[in-house]
Design a protein. Structure first.
Length: 252
């Protein structure tokens, strides 16, 4: 958790307890800095599309960092999440990055098997929403700046914050990291034989309602406007530094 910041993992944002396996699970598959936090909250606020957050992020600085050294605690948290983060209509969403699944494979393979069984129970029932960014350069710049600065959310920004110095090497490294992680998703999709729903971040920004409708249709559910829930507000980070990096990057 981030001290003093509402991240959405707090108990006050839970749905009423849902008993039994969620009948409509899905994976929001993405890579860092692709707009996945914005998209996950957009889907969540409907009250009909689960609350697709990073429930498998056990990095020490992640939402469940306190459990990073305990396999049993990770499994307890996962089973608890299925109960309290499945929307009343039976939809459960999990947002994930390849690096998180790789960490589970290394540190807690039993939990990874459980997660895969719960979220992608079969080829016939498996649903994956794949989120990408069209602007590859902007994506790489955003990723590189976040890695260098350690600033991943608008709430972490401060007026006195020093803008990280532009680095072409860092941008090129971020490009390779993005390609590697997207390659992992491609391989997984082939292995599972699941046809994903593709969302482009830029399109979601332009027409968020259309994105919600597309996900609802893909999951074969109806959106009930009365089911909408209050969730933490997501602020977009300042774009000034990214624009400066983009000009420097384009100038060579």
């Amino acid at each position: 958790m981030l001290p003093g910041i509402e991240t959405g993992y707090e108990a006050e944002f839970d749905f009423p307890p849902f008993r039994g396996p969620p009948p409509r699970p899905y994976l929001l598959a993405s890579v860092p800095r692709s707009g996945s936090t914005f998209v996950s909250h957009l889907l969540w606020q409907t009250g009909c599309l689960g609350a697709p957050l990073e429930y498998c992020n056990f990095d020490p600085n992640g939402p469940y960092g306190d459990a990073h050294q305990s396999q049993s605690e990770q499994q307890r948290l996962w089973r608890e999440v299925l109960i309290r983060r499945t929307s009343p209509n039976g939809v459960f969403g999990l947002k994930g990055f390849p690096v998180q699944f790789e960490a589970l494979q290394r540190d807690n393979p039993a939990l990874l098997a459980e997660v895969m069984r719960d979220v992608l129970p079969s080829r016939a029932r498996g649903r994956i929403v794949l989120l990408r960014r069209r602007d590859r350069t902007a994506h790489a710049i955003s990723y590189a700046r976040a890695i260098i600065s350690g600033i991943w959310r608008a709430e972490q920004e401060r007026e006195e914050m020093t803008e990280p110095e532009y680095s072409r090497i860092a941008v090129e490294r971020a490009e390779r990291m993005i390609e590697s992680q997207e390659g992992a998703w491609r391989a997984m999709l082939v292995d599972l034989g699941i046809e994903p729903l593709m969302l482009w971040y830029e399109d979601v920004l332009t027409a968020p309602g259309r994105a919600i409708d597309a996900v609802a249709e893909y999951l074969e559910i109806e959106i009930d406007p009365s089911a909408a829930v209050k969730i933490p507000r997501i602020e977009r980070q300042s774009q000034d530094g990214a624009r400066t990096w983009a000009r420097q990057h384009a100038g060579g």
